[in-house]
Design a protein around this ligand. Structure first.
Ligand code: ATP
Ligand code: MG
Length: 599
């Protein structure tokens, strides 16, 4: 491709509309333009990068038994009514009516459509298992579309659905997808972690999120230094062990704490550490009163509490409810004598005693509280947020926190949709059974944004070679100089022959302007062709990632260039053979040495 005849509308200044770096750089590098809120046009280089991402997704999906197809974007409302999601999905589902006044929506996901297809076509266990996928535009009317391609309303997703005859088969399908995803993100050259998204009580985890690691990520991940356990911070499991503790030797005793509300105030006043206090948090859970107890220096995790209680609504008690249940103003509730339906305590509270708690009396606390002796605790559970002091729940290794962007999600669905839509098959004994499903999504357009969040500097994007719209830019410094133009053309042709995706910057612009633009668009390698270099029989190769500039002799151009390129590929964990099919060509093709020189 010749830049002068191509379409890359770069911008000098940061656009005011963009908050995050990937959004800024996608606009500045001329890869996307906004049509309206959360809806973007992919310009040629943006589309090229997306196609490269899709090609790797496709290749690995096919390798792990996926079969590609394409479903309609527009879906009938009736089908969503059948699954119960016409009501449940909420405003993210963009609904409209056709000329016959029938309900329709634009697909935010395709469980309904694919289950409808399969219930019609699948009769026998012999037709299963199947894994069907598509790469397609989705629409979700997100409440806050933002950050460019990171959270759009219209975006590109790869969605796959597996269909199995039993749990063992469904687990195999899930494992295939887990491996496919690992392979996809490796081949894209991204640093990522597979994160447990929900640790099921029965039979381990059934959902993983794939997170691209980037300081700007919205999610915080707790990851183990020793094994591959990683989980979303709010979902990370806290394990707590200890010997049973002796009963507290002192009886509970009321102390006046007038006007002291916060943990720090009470702890300071009673001269104990905040970790010796118990916070009593009161909730209304589906109409029942619940108290959750955690240590004064910990944070309660409402997701864990909600999952544990298995309720649909969990709300903090109102001041009136607090007064009714505890008999005191807000800030003085405690487990001893509390009038609630259920008291549950965090795991670690069972391994210590002699606590300070509220006294259920305004302006008073109790000290020397022994939960087992003085309160009606119904159970000890993992209720609090994970901290870096906690150890890995799998291997007891040390944990660290990191930030991530969710680019993929795999999920065991079980029979949720096959039951609602009656998708069945006849088993070996002729008995009708529900199909067991899984669903697997990848945010193709979000990957492009995530790659940039992970790889950029103040000059622009630093693409991984697998995603870069152009892997190499050949910069002809002064295009009006015939010799420069001819040599640049030659190198351009030579690199193309080697199967490399190359852009020739043949614009009639000043060198400084070109260097800035080329850095901005983020190609991993640049070859600079100028009159001085030609005279000295050298070309300059710049590695975008490190900023290194290497002079390579024209006579050894292909060997030297190939060596540098392989180093760059290796840096992103990509060997040439892995990168794409054409690399085989490069390897088979014994480098012939110089690009012929005209003098
Ligand atoms: P999120 O929590 O970020 O909203 P989600 O859980 O709704 O994501 P899924 O339904 O699992 O997402 O969709 C699969 C993948 O599609 C996600 O992992 C993500 O990469 C991508 N995705 C989801 N919503 C958007 C969006 N609004 N814009 C771009 N990509 C998205
Ligand atoms: Mg979402």
């Amino acid at each position: 491709m010749r830049w002068s005849r191509y379409f890359i509308p770069t911008l000098k200044e940061d656009p005011a509309e963009a908050e995050v770096i990937s959004h800024k750089l996608l606009l500045r590098a001329g890869m996307i333009r906004k049509l309206t809120s959360g809806i973007y046009t992919y310009l040629p280089t943006g589309w090229k990068a997306l196609q490269k991402i899709s090609a790797i997704v496709r290749q690995e999906m096919n390798r792990f038994k996926g079969i590609e197809m394409l479903m309609p974007a527009v879906q009938p409302g009736d089908l969503w009514a059948e699954s119960g999601r016409w009501e449940a999905y909420g405003k993210e589902l963009l609904r409209f009516k056709d000329r016959h006044d029938r309900d329709y929506c634009i697909g935010p996901t395709h469980e309904e459509v694919i289950t409808d297809l399969l219930r019609r076509e699948i009769k026998s266990y012999r037709q299963l298992p199947l894994n069907l996928y598509q790469i397609q535009t989705k629409f979700r009317d997100e409440i806050r579309p933002r950050f460019g391609l990171m959270r759009g309303r219209e975006f590109i997703m790869k969605d796959a659905y597996s269909f199995d005859i039993d749990d063992a088969g469904a687990s195999d399908s899930y494992e295939d997808m887990r491996r496919a995803y690992i392979s996809i993100f490796e081949k894209l050259g991204l640093k990522f972690r597979a994160v447990e998204a929900d640790s099921g009580a029965i039979g381990g985890s059934f959902s993983h999120e794939f997170m691209v690691l980037a300081e700007t990520g919205e999610d915080t991940i707790a990851a183990c230094t020793d094994c591959d356990y990683a989980a979303n911070l709010e979902k990370a499991e806290v394990r707590c062990e200890g010997p049973d503790c002796e009963e507290c030797s002192m009886p509970a005793e009321k102390v006046a704490t007038p006007g002291l509300h916060t943990v720090e105030q009470v702890a300071g006043f009673l001269e104990v550490s905040p970790g010796k206090l118990i916070k009593t948090m009161l909730y209304n859970a589906d109409g029942k009163s619940v108290a959750a107890l955690i240590r004064g220096d910990r944070e309660l995790n409402e997701v864990k509490l909600k999952n544990l209680l298995d309720v649909t609504s969990l709300e903090m008690a109102s001041p009136e409810e607090v007064e009714k249940w505890s008999g005191a103003k807000v800030g003085f509730a405690g487990p001893a004598g509390l009038k609630v339906d259920r008291i549950i305590a965090d795991l670690e509270l069972q391994f210590d005693t002699d606590w300070v708690t509220g006294a259920n009396e305004t302006d008073a606390h109790l000290r020397h509280v022994d939960l087992k002796r003085d309160a009606r605790v119904s159970g000890y559970h993992d209720l609090r947020n994970f901290t870096t002091e906690d150890f890995c729940p799998r291997c007891r290794g040390n944990m660290y926190l990191t930030k991530g962007i969710e680019v993929g999600h795999i999920f065991k669905l079980g029979t949720k949709y096959s039951k609602a839509l009656k998708a069945t098959f006849l088993d070996e004994s002729g008995k009708e059974q529900l199909i067991i499903m899984g669903c697997y999504g990848i945010g193709v357009s979000r990957i492009l944004a995530a790659c940039i969040e992970q790889n950029h500097d103040r000059d622009g994007i630093i693409f991984t070679p697998a995603i870069a719209p152009f892997e190499v830019v050949v910069i002809a410094l002064n295009i009006k100089d015939d010799l420069v133009r001819e040599q640049a053309e030659k190198i351009y042709e030579r690199l193309k022959d080697l199967g490399i995706d190359v852009l020739l910057d043949d614009r009639d612009e000043r060198p400084g302007f070109k260097f800035k633009d080329v850095d901005l668009i983020g190609s991993p390698l640049q070859v600079v062709v100028g009159a001085k270099g030609i005279k000295n029989r050298v070309y300059e190769v710049k590695i975008r990632q490190t900023g290194e500039r290497l002079e390579i002799p024209a006579d050894d151009f292909v060997q030297e260039f190939t060596r540098i390129r392989n180093d760059v590929l290796a840096h992103f964990g990509l060997t040439p053979a892995v990168k794409n099919g054409k690399e085989a060509l490069l390897q088979a093709h014994k480098p012939q040495g110089s690009v012929e020189f005209n003098h």
